[in-house]
Design a binder for this molecule. Sequence first.
Ligand code: ADP
Ligand code: ZN
Length: 217
Amino acid sequence: MLKNIILMGPPGAGKGTQAKRLVSQFNLIHISTGDMFREAIKENTSLGQMAASYINRGDLVPDEVTIGIVKERLAKKDCENGFLLDGFPRTIAQAEALKKIGEEIARPIDVVINIDCDKNELVRRISGRRVCKNCGAPYHIDTMKPKVEGVCDICGGPLYQRKDDNKEALEVRLGHYMNQTKPLLDYYKHLGLLRNFDGSIGSDILFDELSKLILGK
Ligand code: ADP
Ligand code: ZN
């Protein structure tokens, strides 16, 4: 089984949805830098205050900060059975730092899963997205409605719209994706680690395909 996994893709491709299912299916540690920052913002820590100024306008949090929190998290003992990185790395500098960290702690990346999706669909998904304030589960106001409006099916928490899920911030996020994150696909292709998937095929089918890949089928 592949156990140290990177999940990549533009905002709205379905990374978060797949990540949640995969980590529970395969017992992996979910490392989502976006979730870690949102947690810090909710708790109003100094990291949270600093990160919020970047995140709310759609910009990337500086590399030193992001690399620091991932390094700390990956070194914890619970990661030894496998981890899924969701939203990291997003820049070449982050990818190079990750390679070094992986060598230091002997936890190299086994596979990089890229989920792609066309821009119109990304905009549609992000502009209707709602997220659970407690557990982070994603919903959509038209196509992934919760059973009770405004309430999370999984934990009963309240749903809200992320501050960066608006048109302006999304344009900025897509720009960073194109300029800074997309070049990573070539980086991982050269390392022989990249596997591409279509994020518009439907969540269940995609989950089956990713599961097969992870199981080596
Ligand atoms: P999405 O993939 O939907 O854009 P995430 O939850 O992964 O959302 O990230 C939300 C925001 O958190 C990003 O727009 C960015 O500001 C910040 N962030 C998350 N991961 C990173 C990272 N690896 N490097 C820099 N900033 C990050
Ligand atoms: Zn919830």
